[in-house]
Design a protein around this ligand. Structure first.
Ligand SMILES: [Zn+2]
Ligand SMILES: [Zn+2]
Length: 347
């Protein structure tokens, strides 16, 4: 039987990638469409992408596919051809990363999952095929010129905090699965209004639009290709740009400036700032906003407590970290409102 996953060590794979001389193109795509047998789909996809020397991380579920991959430049056209030939994937929107060295993945991993975006929805009546209609940048601008249009941000609070569309509503919850029912509840008296949902690349708001329709809303749209595509289109077509601030992205840049405006504040001193950092104390690693001055003053830490910790010998720090669940630590508004005992929020 053919081996449909890789059997070479991670280290060797990484070395191989760095020995490659041909540049790679990094891209992402997703699509919601019914896949009756995700495992079968996954295996066929693996065979073909492996032949094209594609690396990356792909999730396949009954509701669709979500992929972040790279491919040798010379095979990019083949890849497009191939994807176009797969039933259900015709005319995919491929988001090609601009300033990327193509070295983000060195192995191909395709996994089957329950959902491509965890949503906590158990209702068998919920149908991802009944989703809101797409709006492009131009339609978004036209619809939002009407003050009665409601714009809903379906990202996390730390993303909203540094940048969002004019007049957008924030759904203040920690996770997407909590956000869905919360959004439906917050908007429950607006079922006949025009609603536009958006997120970073489109995958979350597309699901959110289907959810609102499912909950009886009548005019739900979602922004095609998310903020990334909107910002690019607005720029290349000279359209007014209604996004304010920075578009948060989860890579080493932690954000892409869309406009010069800074709409958030340093979590430590309160002056205008939209630079996200992770606390220098490894045991904390809190994601928060810190200005240059505070970064110096607190040596990249979120609190005096963390500053004291990093000053300790590494051995002792390791002792302190033992048994602690670090998870993903993010500066949260609820934490800011009432400092929970034991949690070390920014000072
Ligand atoms: Zn500051
Ligand atoms: Zn810290």
């Amino acid at each position: 039987m053919a081996v449909l996953h890789n059997r070479i060590s991670n280290k060797e794979l990484k070395e191989r990638l760095f020995q490659e001389t041909e540049p790679r193109v990094t891209l992402s795509f997703y699509r919601y469409f019914p896949i009756p047998d995700p495992q079968l789909f996954r295996d066929q996809l693996y065979r073909s992408l492996n032949e094209l020397k594609v690396f990356g991380r792909i999730y396949v579920a009954q509701e669709g596919i979500n992929a972040q991959i790279n491919v040798p430049e010379s095979r990019f056209e083949w890849l497009k051809h191939y994807l176009d030939s797969v039933k259900g994937l015709k005319d995919l929107r491929l988001n090609v990363a601009v300033d990327d060295d193509g070295k983000s993945f060195w192995v191909l991993r395709i996994k089957t999952r329950d959902k491509i975006v965890a949503d906590g929805i158990n209702d068998p009546e919920f149908d991802m095929q009944k989703k809101g209609s797409y709006v492009n940048a131009e339609e978004f601008n036209r619809l939002t010129d009407d003050p009665s249009t409601i714009v809903v941000d379906m990202r996390n609070h730390y993303e909203f905090e540094v940048g969002h569309f004019e007049n957008a509503i924030e759904i203040p919850s920690e996770t997407f699965r909590e956000q869905l029912p919360m959004a439906a509840d917050m908007l429950k008296d607006q079922k006949d209004k025009t609603i536009i949902m958006y997120c970073t690349g489109g995958i979350r708001c597309e699901k959110a639009s289907a959810y609102l329709l499912h909950k009886g809303f009548n005019h739900v749209h979602h922004l095609e290709g998310g903020i990334i595509n909107y910002a690019n289109t607005a720029k290349s077509n000279n359209l007014p740009n209604k996004f304010r601030g920075k578009n948060f992205v989860f890579d080493e840049r932690l954000g892409e400036r869309v406009t010069d405006e800074i709409i958030s504040q340093c979590h430590q001193c309160g002056k205008p700032c939209d630079t996200h950092v992770n606390c220098a104390n490894e045991a904390c690693h809190l994601l928060f906003i810190q200005c240059k001055e505070c970064a110096e003053k607190y040596q990249g830490c979120c609190s005096v407590e963390c500053m004291e910790t990093v000053a300790l010998p590494e051995e002792q720090q390791r002792e302190l970290r033992k048994g602690k669940d670090l998870g993903r630590n993010i500066f949260s508004k609820s934490r800011r409102r009432k400092p929970a005992s034991g949690s070390s929020g920014p000072v």
